[in-house]
Design a protein around this ligand. Structure first.
Ligand code: B1M
Length: 210
């Protein structure tokens, strides 16, 4: 079994204490950062499929999520690189009713590495909380909303519309998350959409420099 396969196996088994060491070993053996990250993302897909099939339950999903977060911590310095902040402040959060944060955290990391100062509002973030944060922080140029549940897609749309209707200006809004399509994103009134963390950073930069 290759080191990356070991990372996947232990992540899927929710072994949060073992995954960081294995990720480091994979790096030491010369595995590419992006390959390790993609393998971990794929494993979360496997975990989701097992959940859908009734083979595992919420506690096992949570343990796998912890293992993934611990593995990402090892990769973070290599993913972010030089983080010179000149594109302003990005507020990011997972929308109201939604507790998934792994994808949002990856997007935050990549947006930071693109040159933003990132303020992470966490999960279950209401439209009002986004608006308070826009008012409370200087030079907010980007507001990023993540949504992972089909049941919170309406909250994502509502949040974008409430933020846009607030009368506050000077920033662009970007949305994304597994169930969000380009078409749905456009229907929310958001300025931009990205399907993954890497393209979110590219889109973010494009939106505020256009
Ligand atoms: Co949940 N969950 N979960 N879960 N969970 C999913 C999403 C699900 C697909 C699993 C399944 O059934 N197959 C399913 C949703 C089905 C649907 O909506 N139709 C689901 C469900 C049903 C639930 C609960 C309702 C289960 C229950 O309680 N019965 C519950 C809801 C809780 C709530 O939020 N209110 C729940 C709970 C949880 C845990 C708390 C146990 C845990 C989350 C822990 C955490 O995040 N800290 C969890 C997990 C781990 C998952 C899966 C297995 C993995 C999610 C993940 O981290 N993926 C997930 C199955 C799956 O994804 N296949 C599942 C890896 C991550 C890197 O990918 O988040 O997609 P992702 O992020 C990507 C892109 O989406 C994109 O970039 C990222 C990386 O490139 N992206 C953006 C994300 N945000 C973006 C923002 C952008 C741009 C791109 O711009 C701003």
């Amino acid at each position: 079994m290759s080191k990356i396969e070991e990372v996947k196996a232990k992540l899927e088994a929710g072994k949060a204490k073992l995954v960081p060491g294995l990720v480091q070993e994979a790096l030491d053996e010369g595995a590419e950062v992006q390959s390790i990250l993609q393998a971990m993302i794929d494993s979360m897909g496997v975990v989701g499929d097992k959940f859908s099939a009734g083979e595992i339950f919420v506690p096992e999903m949570l343990m796998a999520a912890k293992a993934m977060s611990k593995g990402v911590e090892v990769l973070k310095p290599l993913l972010t690189g030089d983080t010179s902040s000149s594109l302003g402040t990005c507020l990011i959060g997972t929308v109201e009713g939604d507790l998934h944060d792994i994808g949002k955290n990856l997007v935050a990391m990549m947006i930071e590495s693109a040159g933003f100062t990132v303020i992470d509002l966490g999960v279950d973030v209401s439209a009002d909380k986004f608006i308070e944060a826009i008012k409370a922080n200087k030079n907010v140029t980007l507001v990023a909303l993540s949504g992972l549940l089909t049941t919170t897609m309406p909250a994502l749309k509502q949040s974008v519309q409430t933020i846009k209707a607030s009368g506050l200006t000077g920033f662009k809004v970007i949305v994304g998350g597994a169930p969000i399509s380009a078409e749905f994103a456009a229907s929310t009134g958001a300025d931009g959409f990205a399907p993954d963390a890497g393209s979110a950073a590219v889109k973010a930069k494009e939106l505020v420099t256009a």
